[in-house]
Each structure stands twice: as structure tokens, then as C-alpha cells.
Design a protein around this ligand. Structure first.
Ligand code: KIV
Length: 295
């Protein structure tokens, strides 16, 4: 179990401290975000879009979610890891839902699961929670319902839909959710829901009054600089940085300037006759191994 638990998140809400959540899909990014101080890492089914290149999250499978969850939990030391239940892994039956939530914990190593939807999933949520698996809810713009919503559009803008979302939020808390993601809803509605619930709300495109915030990591790092919906802030320009670094590498390869002597191995015999001080001494290389891992 990681040091940050669902109880830590509740304490943060009660203390008025914001919860920091970000998506991660592999061990390297998980380690970086964990070191940077994330409270929660979400293995989001958004990986279907940003990692797999699909135009929705719908094709993501249970096996893929388990695989990426395992990668993320291996790279995480401190943060709570929550994994998305993918489309059709919990909609068909309560039995499927409990079994698939169990796979995420047992095989993926996550500390909780997230699923999308309102009061129609109250029974599913309470059964998963009864199996001792904490559940994070997700209301508002729920990407797995893209066809029903008619696109990725802001939800709860008029009084009727706002009231329904508030009722859904209360139902999810009563069903046993330990936290709730609010996606693409007006900030006034997110504020009302946050005040009404005793569990933390975590917003994405839901304004500043939520108890915490989540962003898709590839968005906040601008891996795709032209993708910038209103709620996304680019905290770095890694898409441009990656292109520039790779471009320089390709130039040097084409020019024959990489690899140079500094990045090449020499044979032991040659080292015995050479007096080049830049060559790694044989003993150090043998002790540290080629990749710097002690051998
Ligand atoms: O899959 C995901 O990344 C998510 C976030 C957008 C909350 O569900």
C-alpha cells in the first residue's frame, strides 16, 4: 500500500488543502509525478487517446488497463494510485464490475478504481465497495458516454441538468464513493456539489472550488501543442522539446558526429596500449556495468 490513502484525501478536504492528481500510464512518468508531489496518480482510460491514438476511450480493454496500472504502481512510491474501469467492464452486470475491479487491484496493484456515471451505478458501486475496493466516481462530461452526450460538451449548464448532477453526486456519496471527479461542469455547480458532499471533489474543467484538480499529463505537458481546450493549461512545452531533441540527434547521426569517442566502448587490449584519459577505466566499467547498474 502507498503512504497516501483514501483517508489522507478526506483529511486534505477537511483541512481545506487541495488534492493534486494527474494521469500516468507508465512507470517513468509515475516516478516523476510521484517525486514532484502528486497525491493521486490516475491510470486514466484517456490512454486510449493519448497513448494508443484512438479518437475516444471506448476501445480500451481490461487487459490494457491492468497492464498500464501495473506499470504505474511499480513506479510509484508515495501517491495513491487509482485505475479507470474501461468501457463495458462494469456496465453489463454487477458481477462483471466486481470481478474487473478485483483484477485492477490484484493484477494492476491499484488502491482504488474509478468509474463513470450517476445514480444508475449506485448498486454497482456499493457492491464493489462491499468487496473492500474503494471507488472514485466521475460525473459531468463522462467520455465513455460520448455517443449519448453527442460529443465532448460541457454538462450541467441549465437548471434541470445541474439539479440532476447534484442528485447524482449525493447518490454516489451514499453508494460509498470515497471521492468524485467532476469533469467539464460550470464552476458554480462544482462549488455547490463540493459544499454539499463530505467526500472530496476533484475537478477537471470544473473551476477552482473543487477540493482537488486533475489534468491529463500529456495535456499539461503539451505533448500535442495544438490540443488546448479552455480548461487545459500548458505547464511545459514538451512536445516541442521532444521534437527539437530528436531533430538534433538525427542531424548528428546523419553528420557522423554521434557517437563520438565519449559515447563509445573500447576493447580491453586497445585500452592497455592507449593512454587516452577519456576512456572509462576497465575496473569502473566492470563494477558499474554498461547501464550504470552494479554487476
Ligand atoms: O481517463 C482520464 O484521464 C480521466 C480524467 C480526464 C479524469 O478520467
Amino acid at each position: 500500500m502507498k503512504p497516501v490513502t483514501i483517508h489522507t484525501l478526506k483529511k486534505l478536504k477537511d483541512a481545506g488543502q487541495k488534492i493534486c492528481m494527474v494521469t500516468a500510464y507508465d512507470a517513468t512518468f509515475a516516478r516523476l509525478f510521484d517525486d514532484a508531489g502528486a497525491d493521486v496518480l490516475l491510470v486514466g482510460d484517456s490512454l486510449g487517446m493519448v497513448v494508443q491514438g484512438n479518437d475516444s476511450t471506448l476501445p480500451v480493454t481490461m487487459d490494457q488497463m491492468v497492464y498500464h496500472s501495473r506499470c504505474v504502481t511499480r513506479g510509484t512510491r508515495r501517491a495513491h494510485v487509482v485505475g479507470d474501469l474501461p468501457f463495458m467492464s462494469y456496465q453489463n452486470s454487477v458481477e462483471d464490475a466486481v470481478k474487473n475491479a478485483g483484477r485492477m487491484v490484484v493484477e494492476g496493484g491499484v488502491g482504488s478504481v474509478k468509474l463513470e456515471g450517476g445514480q444508475e451505478f449506485a448498486e454497482v458501486i456499493s457492491r464493489i465497495v462491499r468487496a473492500s475496493i474503494p471507488v472514485m466516481g466521475h460525473l459531468g462530461l463522462t467520455p465513455q458516454s460520448v455517443h449519448k452526450m453527442g460529443g465532448y460538451v460541457v454538462q450541467g449548464r441549465d437548471e434541470d441538468t445541474a439539479r440532476r448532477l447534484l442528485e447524482d453526486a449525493v447518490a454516489l456519496e451514499q453508494a460509498g464513493c470515497y471521492a468524485l471527479v467532476l469533469e467539464a461542469v460550470p464552476l458554480e455547480l462544482a462549488k455547490a456539489i463540493t459544499a454539499r458532499l463530505s467526500i472530496p471533489t476533484i475537478g477537471i474543467g470544473a473551476g477552482k472550488h473543487c477540493d482537488g484538480q486533475v489534468l491529463v499529463s500529456y495535456d499539461l505537458l503539451a505533448f500535442n501543442p495544438s490540443f488546448k481546450p479552455k480548461f487545459v493549461k500548458h505547464y511545459a512545452q514538451l512536445g516541442d522539446a521532444v521534437k527539437a531533441a530528436a531533430g538534433t540527434y538525427f542531424e548528428e547521426v546523419r553528420a557522423g558526429s554521434f557517437p563520438d569517442d565519449e559515447h563509445s566502448f573500447r576493447s580491453t587490449n586497445m585500452r592497455l596500449v592507449a593512454s587516452n584519459p577519456e576512456v572509462v577505466p576497465a575496473e569502473r566499467e566492470e563494477k558499474n556495468g554498461v547501464y550504470g547498474v552494479p554487476v
